[in-house]
Write a protein that binds this ligand. Structure first.
Ligand code: 6PG
Length: 475
């Protein structure tokens, strides 16, 4: 019997994907650079399903039924290229290579184009949900050709998370679309985490709650519109007590957030596309600031406000919930606009409502909230921003007084809330009737003759600033 799919790269993510496939009744060929991992998988989990261990690339390829489907799960970058170079020559036209790692979508586009020349389908796919997700049902975001999805889709839909019976997997779009969408998922993940962290910081710094009390606040929030995996695990992290010191776990962890790079990519691409994803950018910068140890120690004694924390904390947690909710809507609105812009730039036909739907389960940002995003795009596929869709508009309008008041409190107490603040600035910027961008245009024209457009006439204009009377000319 041949295998319907093979997995090469059997570190924890690859191993768990292979086990998930086998547990769903698919025969899975296994391969790893060093043989031990392959043997260990079969020894430990061989009874979970049908595995065909292979100890060379040729053996692995020979174990697969056609069209062959090879899933690569190795480190992004050079290791991925090395594995592709090893397998591509052994495959035949129509076969499918899947890169399930966190590759940069530009690499995926390059690889897809090169392999297409050889008649191979290359599918860059986002997989979210960490180790547990890979084993029990991740959210899967495959790109690549529609043909490749005909054979791959049923397998991936089978092993993905399910919400209300629908699989958290869809063909996102051609070539690098899957990895692009996964990248933005991670950017949104950074923003969401930052906003939750700011909520914690405010509840502690402004209202004086303990981590254990804040865990309870989050548990309550998790029964409402903020119901999400990230809120749920935050409560668990905050309730955890360090065994060796008896202190709250959150107090013994070094306060320097690390990053592997996908959030940074999201911001870099956001800049390239000209999409204001300020919430995601602030989240990445907040991690960078936290990690700037020398800068932080040099600045530690800078003066701050002398105000005391809130005397009356009643209602404050509820206001923070509203600020968090409104800021979260902004961060997601920005992320979805980035996907829309990426789709337009690279010619992908991405259904934003479907993207939200496959993020409802399996992935790190899974949340009830995503149902509302799906509904918003279903009701209005050309929606310019989630903020103007009926439900979100109303909820954010209702939350805005609390949102503003929480940020004022943070500012007056000197508690940094870059995520909340930038989200509100974005909201107010979009709402503004006139922006001071007009003045910026005037400045540009003054020092560089960069020209400007007028509100009352077509064309480009320049004012001769140095001449008497400052006459205007058509540029
Ligand atoms: C997921 C996660 C996953 C990974 C992040 C962590 O969707 O399963 O996003 O891809 O845990 O990349 O990223 P940082 O190390 O950059 O925080």
């Amino acid at each position: 019997k041949k295998a319907s799919i093979g997995v090469t790269g059997l570190a924890v993510m690859g191993r768990n994907l292979a086990r998930n496939l086998a547990r769903h009744g698919h025969t899975v060929a296994l391969h790893n650079r060093s043989e031990e991992r392959t043997r260990a998988l079969v020894d430990q989990f061989g009874d979970e399903g049908d595995f065909i261990p292979a100890y060379s690339a040729q053996e692995f390829v020979d174990a697969l039924e056609r069209p062959r489907q090879v899933v690569i799960m190795v480190k992004a970058g050079a290791p991925t290229d090395a594995v592709i170079d090893e397998f591509a020559p052994l495959l035949e036209p129509g076969d499918v290579i899947v890169d399930a790692g966190n590759a940069h979508f530009a690499d995926t586009r390059r690889r897809e184009a090169a392999l297409r020349e050889q008649g191979l389908h290359f599918v860059g796919t986002g997989v979210s949900g960490g180790e547990e997700g890979a084993l029990h049902g991740p959210s899967i975001m495959p790109g690549g050709s529609p043909e490749s999805y005909q054979s791959l889709g049923p397998l991936f839909e089978d092993i993905s998370a399910k919400v209300d019976g629908s699989p958290c997997c869809t063909h996102v779009g051609a070539d690098g679309a899957g990895h692009f969408v996964k990248m933005v998922h991670n950017g949104i993940e950074y923003a969401d985490m930052q906003l939750i962290a700011e909520s914690f910081d405010l509840l502690r710094g402004a209202a004086g709650y303990s981590p254990a009390e804040i865990a309870e606040v989050f548990r309550t929030w998790n029964t409402g519109r903020l119901d999400s995996y990230l809120i749920e695990i935050t409560a668990d992290v905050l309730a955890h007590v360090d065994a060796s010191t008896g202190k709250p776990f959150v107090d013994i962890v070094a306060d320097q957030a690390e990053q592997k790079g996908t959030g940074r990519w999201t911001v870099q691409i956001g800049l390239d596309l000209g999409v204001p994803i300020s919430g995601i950018a602030e989240a990445v910068f907040a991690r960078s600031l936290s990690g700037s140890s020398e800068l932080r120690s040099a600045a530690r004694d800078l003066g701050g406000p002398t105000r005391a924390p809130l005397a009356d904390v009643s209602g404050f947690a509820d206001k923070v919930e509203q600020a968090l909710y409104a800021s979260k809507v902004v961060a997601y609105a920005q992320g979805f606009n980035q996907i829309q812009a990426g789709g337009a730039e690279y010619g992908w036909d991405i259904d934003l409502g479907r993207v939200a739907a496959i993020w409802r389960g399996g992935c790190i940002i899974r949340a009830k909230f995503l149902n509302d995003i799906t509904s918003a795009y279903e009701a209005e596929p050309g929606l310019p921003t989630l903020l103007t869709s009926g439900g979100f508009r109303k909820a954010v309008e209702e939350a805005q007084d609390a949102w503003r008041s929480v940020i004022s409190t943070a500012v007056s107490l000197g508690i940094p809330t870059p995520g909340f603040s930038t989200a509100l600035a974005y909201y107010d910027g979009l709402r503004a009737d006139r922006l001071p961008a007009a003045l910026v245009q005037g400045q540009r024209d003054f020092f560089g003759a960069h020209t400007y457009r007028r509100v009352d006439r077509e064309g480009s204009f320049h004012t001769a600033w140095a001449e008497p009377g400052r006459p205007e000319v058509s540029a």
